[in-house]
Design a protein around this ligand. Structure first.
Ligand code: FE2
Ligand code: FE2
Length: 366
């Protein structure tokens, strides 16, 4: 069996690939008319704001993973508090272990970024094949390139500057593989361009605020410039599609959003971090939960606020808050999410995020 046959190819990978079966149909179009000026504009911006990970970033710097963020991640603050609780498995921890936890959670975060970026690359490639409009196919092709570059820079940063990556979290696998398998092309859009891209913008923005490491800062600024455009692509495309859907079809999309945001609220941090720290996850969880309850904040509270302040206004723009007599509005209202309805405007804000264009205008990028 040669490596080009499916079975032989998989065997040759030594278990490092996973098969995902896509149920969506591929659409070839004969209509080459540029009928969607907003998508034409985004495509032209994407072409003009390409950057090169090898020549536009300075990889020569030394990075100290213990000092890469200016403050401790929330999980370390929680662990410090949990260590004070009688009977805690962290009771014997000294400063060394807290510093190690800090490095391991940074590594875990970058690892999920890297896996998520590959998922984004695969989803963008799926959109090239499944979306019926030529302007959207063109745009998704530029996004596929953007996401390849994002995957590549996080993988390189991890391997050269930080250390052994973590596996993809089961939560992220469930979310991304579901999009890749779905027969409805707009669900891949909604899940990736609206939910995961909003999540990525919030997470990258949070890390950018917390780091003074120059290479990571530059990399995040350029990645975010691309991501903001990707969110805008989703909103422009879905706005058009959702105007033509029935109430029943819109309800499916509303249910998808509710399901995914609730799952997001329950998502756990990479559990393998605790394995690497030599701590049993089941034993430490009750103490972390008690510490979180005492401080009145979950480990992702600040970051989740940033996420919802991007997501909720975008969903409102798509008409999905108010469709079906406000079905999603009342449910998100019960979950306390409506305070974010007038948060960030990422649909039109992508130019403000364009650090690549800004650096080119300033002459610091060729
Ligand atoms: Fe990306
Ligand atoms: Fe993206």
């Amino acid at each position: 069996m040669t490596a080009t046959q499916p079975g032989g190819g998989l065997e040759a990978t030594g278990g490092s690939v996973r098969v995902v079966r896509d149920r969506a149909e591929r659409l070839f179009t004969w209509s080459y008319e540029r009928e969607r000026p907003q998508l034409v504009n985004l495509y032209n911006k994407a072409a003009a704001s390409q950057w090169n990970s090898v020549t536009d970033l300075d990889w020569s710097c030394e990075v100290d993973p213990e000092r890469v963020t200016t403050d401790e991640p929330p999980v370390v603050a929680l662990a410090r508090r949990a260590a004070q609780i009688p009977g805690s498995p962290l009771a014997a921890w000294g400063e060394r272990q807290f510093v190690e936890l800090r490095v391991e959670s940074f590594k875990a975060q970058l690892s999920q970024f890297m896996h998520g970026e590959q998922g984004a690359m695969m989803t963008a490639a799926k959109l090239v094949e499944t979306v019926p409009w030529i302007d959207a196919k063109y745009y998704a092709a530029t996004q596929t390139m953007d996401e390849a570059r994002h995957t590549e820079v996080f993988a390189r940063y991890l391997s050269e500057k930080v250390g052994e990556p973590y596996p993809m979290s089961p939560y992220l696998q469930g979310q991304i593989f579901g999009l890749l398998e779905d027969s409805r092309w707009d669900i891949a859009y909604l899940g990736m361009q609206i939910i995961i891209e909003s999540l990525a913008l919030a997470a990258f923005g949070d890390l950018l605020r917390r780091t003074s490491e120059p290479l990571l800062r530059q990399l995040l600024r350029y990645v975010m410039a691309d991501e903001a455009r990707h969110v805008a692509f989703g909103i422009v495309s879905l706005n058009e599609l959702y105007r033509g859907l029935t109430s029943a079809e819109l309800l499916e999309r509303q249910e998808f959003l509710l399901d995914n945001t609730i799952r997001n609220r329950l998502r756990a941090a990479t559990p393998e971090v605790w394995d690497r720290m030599g701590v049993n996850l089941g034993e430490v969880m009750p103490f972390l939960a008690q510490a979180a309850a005492e401080t009145g904040a979950g480990p992702l509270a600040t970051f989740q606020r940033a996420f919802f302040s991007k997501l909720v206004p975008n969903v409102a723009k798509l008409g999905l808050l108010d469709a079906n007599d406000g079905w999603l509005r009342s449910r998100w209202g019960e979950a306390g999410l409506l305070e974010f309805e007038h948060g960030d405007d990422t649909a039109s804000d992508f130019e403000r995020y364009d650090a690549v264009a800004a650096d080119r205008a300033a002459g610091s990028l060729s």
